[in-house]
Design a protein. Sequence first.
Length: 432
Amino acid sequence: MPGKRLILQSNMKLNRTGLFIAISSTALLIVLIIQVGWIIQTAQIKEDFFNEKANMVLSRTTEAIRADKQACTRIQACGEVAGDSEPAAQLGKDEVHKIDSLFRYYMRLYNFHIDYSFVVAKPELTAGNEKGFANYIYNKPLEDVPGNGVELKLIFPEKKQFIMAEMSTTFIASVILILIVLVMFWRTVRSLLKEKMISEHTTDFLNNMTHEFKTPLTNIALAGRMIMKDAEAGQEDKTRHYSAIILEENEKLRLQVEQVLNMTALERGEIPLQKQALNFHEMITDALKCMNIQIENKKGIVNLYCEADNFVITGDKTHLTNALCNLIDNAIKYSAGKPELTVRTANQDHNLIVTVSDKGIGIEKEYRQKVFDKYFRVPTGNVHDVKGFGLGLAYIKKIIELHGGSIMLESDKSEGMSRDAGTSFIITLPYV
């Protein structure tokens, strides 16, 4: 029942996250559609305002021409001579200059600054107006001109460019706002998913910590009760044995607590590294001696190949030794049956290369980059057969990087393989 409850809670959290992203995406899409609609509406308003100005200029110019009887007579004469051709071609310089002067005057009056041209033509020769930006020809009949009558056409070839230029500020501001909203939305979703991942890792860490602390605490309590019982019976050998168990389990608890505290302190930069010249081959030997009890208990085998010619580095002995011990400990824990470890050193491009390999269960490809994340552990379902907080590899990576090096992982495990795939951790450190 507790397992089902946890699964249901996890699914509910996942559903809430997906629902939040879906609602936010829909709201953002609606906002973008409204913004695009506003841009289109602004373009329409700008065009209507342009049309209003153009018609006002044309109307006032036409009224001024109709008020000049002599001009009307000359325009009529030109129209009769021109026949089916454009009368504007037959207009004299005086008429052309007069009409052009009137257009210029009224365009300045209405603060209308755009290139234009004009034509005087008969109504049947006037092309029909088009809609939208293509409607750049404006017609007005000269009703007081006798005969068949003619129309004055005002033409704006650059109408579309003019309106787009008028809209440039609004359009650019809208595009910038849309981009800002998209970037902020993307960052919000990314932060949400990151916080969700951190929450899951923290939950896993607390669960692992509960398991890790439970065993030594139980052993300490049991050993304490046995000491009290055997002390009354005068069995000193058993008392010493149980005391050793208490000290051993207490040391495990201390190391686990220190591992958590050291990782936090390292991230905050509160633990300065005491760097000195170190013989890395000696450090490897010392680390293997520290882990020798665990190796012997599992009847394991260690193959050591110190092939590097340059093996002196500058670093912190304590932290680098802890990193090596953690790698060896992982190789032991994740080996089925008798562990077989290989530690090899070599030189490459002014670097010391240290490889720690095992023939254990391996790591699947999808988890190889995540294993260095804090609190991450390769999923094993509800089975808690391998102890740890998920801090070991994160600690190792941090220590190696603080020494100017790098660490990478190689594993032969693939889908369908569960045993004896093997894993290799390759450490690169600059030597002196």
